[in-house]
Design a protein around this ligand. Structure first.
Ligand code: SAH
Ligand code: SF4
Length: 343
């Protein structure tokens, strides 16, 4: 256990059980506290009515309940909500709540900033501060769920940062979201999006919870991909594809490929053919996402409709399954790649 031991969201169920054993409390009390926090979103120990008054007081005296502080909430015309949070060290991060009717998806940050500097991403352009702790990851989700007043159905690690560069804390948070005694969120409702961190994908293939995996491809050859995603120099495509195939074989899960069309950068139909060849045997599902303009790269533009159509026509010819995504939250800078933590 680490220095954060005395902060509620930093504790796994096992940590709570160890702590309660030390306090001479019964084991099931640990599950009760976790039910209050994770299922009922009750963050004040005094409101945990099935615990004795003495235990409630002991909890409030000894275990902090640190939650991200909401600095600003913005509501998009399409129902998307963006939340700016301040963390205990002053770092600012963002999360997004996406709305598909009553079906909600939380888009969560895993790092304050991102060290990978993809050319098209505002988060990357603003540099890297630090990894988020498991409690800071869970705090975004639980606080949004409380504000939402009803369950959020999905969580996607597509906010700020690269989740597979903060694997330990991300996996620990996911174990608690998935645990039946905590949030009980099904594995199929949890997606990790990665820019292609090969060792992390290998660990995901062996992870005890079969999470969904989304790969941000954006370019089908090493030359172009290294130009727009420097991480490709460390983990080139051949190594990446081998890791993806292993993940596919081990989990049986279909991988989603993200491909944002940037005008005259990666949107020529030839790249659709190259993508199909590269992913041969993987049975991918491709999300074609509109490029979201960012202030730090005015020269990168969204492909016009004709070019999008050409690219999609090529994919159809190649019998590749894909979906043309609509932009969401663009009017409040909440769309993919636009999160900057108010810098
Ligand atoms: N670091 C992880 C997850 C966060 S980024 C990753 O890169 O996968 C979430 C998604 O937004 C990724 O698919 C990323 O490639 C995409 N993205 C980044 N900047 C974008 C932009 N300006 N327009 C559209 N998508 C973008
Ligand atoms: Fe980091 Fe993902 Fe943005 Fe690349 S796209 S800079 S990996 S957050």
């Amino acid at each position: 256990m680490d220095e954060n031991i005395h902060d509620a969201l930093e504790l796994s169920l096992n940590d709570w059980q160890i702590l309660f054993a030390e306090w001479g409390e019964q084991k099931f009390r640990a599950s009760q506290v976790c039910q209050w926090i994770y299922a009922k979103k009750v963050f004040n120990y005094h409101d945990m009515s099935n615990l004795s008054k003495t235990l409630r007081e002991k909890l409030s005296d000894n275990i902090l309940m640190t939650l991200p502080v909401l600095i600003r909430q913005q509501n998009s015309r399409d129902g998307t909500k963006k939340f700016l949070w301040q963390l205990s060290d002053g770092s600012r991060i963002e999360s997004v709540l996406l709305n598909h009717g009553s079906y909600k998806t939380a888009c969560i940050s895993s790092q304050a900033g991102c060290p990978l500097s993809c050319a098209f991403c505002e988060t990357g352009a603003n540099g890297f501060t630090r990894n988020l702790t498991r409690g800071e990851i869970l705090g975004q989700f639980l606080t949004m769920e409380k504000l939402n007043g009803a369950d959020i159905h999905n969580i996607v690690f597509m906010g700020m940062g690269e989740p597979l560069l903060n694997e330990q804390n991300v996996f620990s948070a996911i174990r608690s979201l998935n645990d039946k005694n905590m949030r009980n969120l099904g594995a199929r409702h949890i997606t990790i999006s990665t820019s292609g961190i090969v060792p992390g994908i290998e660990d995901l293939a062996d992870f005890e919870i079969p999470l969904r995996l989304s790969l941000s491809l954006h370019a089908p050859n090493d030359n172009l991909r290294s130009k727009i995603m420097p991480v490709n120099k460390t983990y080139p495509l051949q190594k990446l594809i081998t890791a993806l195939k292993r993940y596919r074989d081990r989990t049986g899960e279909r991988i989603t490929i993200e491909y944002a069309l940037i005008d005259h950068v990666n949107d020529a139909p030839e790249y659709a053919y190259e993508t199909a060849a590269l992913l041969d045997g993987l049975e991918p599902y491709i999300n074609i996402i509109p490029f979201n303009p960012i202030p730090s790269k005015p020269e990168f533009k969204r492909s016009d409709n004709a070019r999008v159509k050409e690219f999609c026509r090529a994919l159809t010819e190649l019998h590749i399954e894909f979906e043309l995504r609509k932009e969401r939250g663009g009017d409040i800078m909440a769309a993919c790649g636009q999160l900057a933590g108010n810098k």
